[in-house]
Design a protein around this ligand. Structure first.
Ligand code: BG6
Length: 493
């Protein structure tokens, strides 16, 4: 049975709350995953216009939830939602009223504070939560990324939050960890001997992890300029995916063991330095181009700048993990805005067979690939070679064994709802430990510092293409190529 809880969304009227959290909570409510009797408080500096029902209706018109918005459901849901006007810098009458609103006789009822606000407000908000006694045992704090913008600021945030909330009350969210397919990756790796036996440099040639987006950064000017793809995507989502692919089997599928194993991966990432960075890390920024037949502006125009900017909207890099399992296996990571397609995919490319026993088989003999598609749909596919019956000669063709894991859509929670409900239950397995955040920054900071010191601008790519030439060169000079599929067809540059 779903558990009754209190949830406070700090930044309740903001982008994350409107686009992700509220639609997810509404569909969770309709599906019976968010228990009736739970309370959702949206804090906002200026209050929100109109009744919560009217306001929510508007929010769901902008971003429709996964299920239809029916009148009665909307009414019932909006009765759970209250809007609270609250400053996050100093206490006062508004904080007293807020504390009173949160009062309950049930001291076991979970209270989740979701900080969907800029990290510069994390410290003062946690301090106020402490001052008003809202950090008791029933309270948890969820920290949305970005957690700082380098190691030093992340350490400061972790230390500040740590003064008011214990580590077991602190939930650092990376919504990629809440994606169904990501969890399936754990199930697949650690409950099938087949994969585990093949999962190492003995049989794997290399691994590619791509998060491609076709959106630009319009409307996120304040956040994106000066942040860039390395901080926005690589430091968190891409490195977390790399950890899940590369980690050793945890002793148990529970928070401490999983996070310990992920941390070992981050500690084993070979640091990139100096010329190694120039050679193995590509950064670029999109220029004006065309998407789906329509002209789109450049990054600089999207963020309305009058001067050029060095902020990267694309990163491709080659990383190595220095341990027994992965020695010599490159991990190619890639992410970018304004690419031709939106998808997230992990490709495990196996080595080729050491010898082809038939002379005609040598040609077109592709290595096996295991493809884990995280979005837009969950999909697992194994690409293998079989005899080509259509051909008169003894040729081979590549076929794809599709593993349909999506299941019944109505049972799926979506990443944010899953993670909020995990926080309600106090389960930290899919949240990031402070040390993981810090080790990830340590690795990424070296690269960013090198870029800053060089003063060189990023490369350019036209919006609607697969990034700059250098990203392809990163692969082709290793005699490899980026792989991805659209509707079963191989898509190139
Ligand atoms: C966020 C980034 O963390 O993830 C965004 O800040 C990015 O820039 C988004 O667009 C991608 O998430 P998803 O789930 O849509 O792939």
């Amino acid at each position: 049975m779903a558990e009754v809880f209190d949830l406070v969304i700090f930044g309740g009227g903001g982008d994350l709350s409107r686009r992700k959290l509220l639609p997810a909570l509404y569909s969770g409510f309709v599906a019976g995953r968010v228990a009736k009797g739970s309370r959702i408080f949206l804090t906002s500096r200026k209050g929100l216009e109109g009744s919560s029902e009217g306001w929510l209706k508007e929010v769901f018109t902008e971003t429709p939830p996964a299920c239809p918005v029916e009148k009665q459901d909307l009414k019932d849901f909006s009765e759970m939602v209250s809007v609270i006007e609250l400053g996050l810098v100093e206490g006062g009458a508004d904080w007293e009223a807020f504390r009173d609103a949160l009062k309950t006789d049930d001291q076991d009822r979970p209270l989740v504070h979701f900080l969907a606000i800029p990290p510069s407000l994390f410290t003062s908000t946690c301090e106020l939560l402490g001052e008003y006694g809202l950090n008791s045992g029933r309270a948890r704090v969820v920290l949305e990324k970005p957690l700082g913008n380098d190691l030093e600021s992340a350490q400061a945030i972790n230390a500040d939050v740590g003064r008011y909330f214990e580590e077991k009350q602190t939930f650092r969210i990376d919504h990629y960890l809440g994606k169904e397919a990501v969890q399936n990756l754990l199930a697949l790796r650690f409950s099938n001997i087949l994969f585990e036996e093949l999962w190492s440099g003995r049989t794997i040639d290399h691994i590619q992890i791509t998060i491609a987006e076709n959106q630009g950064v319009q409307g996120r000017k304040g956040f994106y300029e000066g942040t860039g793809a390395m901080r926005d995507m690589v430091q968190n989502h891409l490195l977390q995916l790399l950890c899940l692919v590369a980690m050793e089997p945890p002793a148990r599928l529970e928070a401490d063991s999983i996070r310990e194993e992920k941390l070992k991966v981050l500690k084993s990432l070979k640091p990139l330095e100096g010329a190694d960075i120039d050679r193995n890390v590509v950064r670029a920024q999109y220029q004006a181009g065309a998407m789906f037949g329509e002209a789109v502006p450049s990054y600089v125009d999207d963020v309305e700048l009058d001067t050029p900017s060095n902020t990267e909207t694309f990163v491709a890099l080659k990383a190595h993990i220095e341990n027994w399992r992965w020695a010599g296996v490159p991990f190619y990571l890639r992410t970018g805005k304004r690419l031709p397609d939106r998808f997230a995919e992990i490709v495990i490319q196996f080595k080729n067979v050491p010898h082809s026993p038939h002379p005609d088989w040598g040609r077109g003999l592709n290595p096996n690939r295991f493809i884990i598609r995280l979005q837009p749909e969950d999909h697992l596919a194994l690409r293998m070679m079989v005899k080509n019956h259509a051909s008169k000669s003894e040729t081979l063709k590549e076929v794809e064994m599709n593993l349909d894991v999506a299941g019944d859509d109505s049972t799926r929670l979506g990443p944010y709802l899953r993670l909020i409900l995990d926080a309600v239950r106090g389960d930290q397995s899919l949240f990031v430990h402070r040390k993981e955040v810090e080790y990830a920054w340590r690795w990424v900071d070296r690269i960013i510092d090198h870029w800053n010191a060089s003063g060189e601008p990023p490369e350019s790519y036209q919006a609607g293409t697969w990034g700059p030439y250098e990203a392809h060169d990163l692969m082709t000079r290793d005699r490899r190529e980026w792989f991805h599929e659209t509707s079963g067809k191989r898509a190139g540059r």
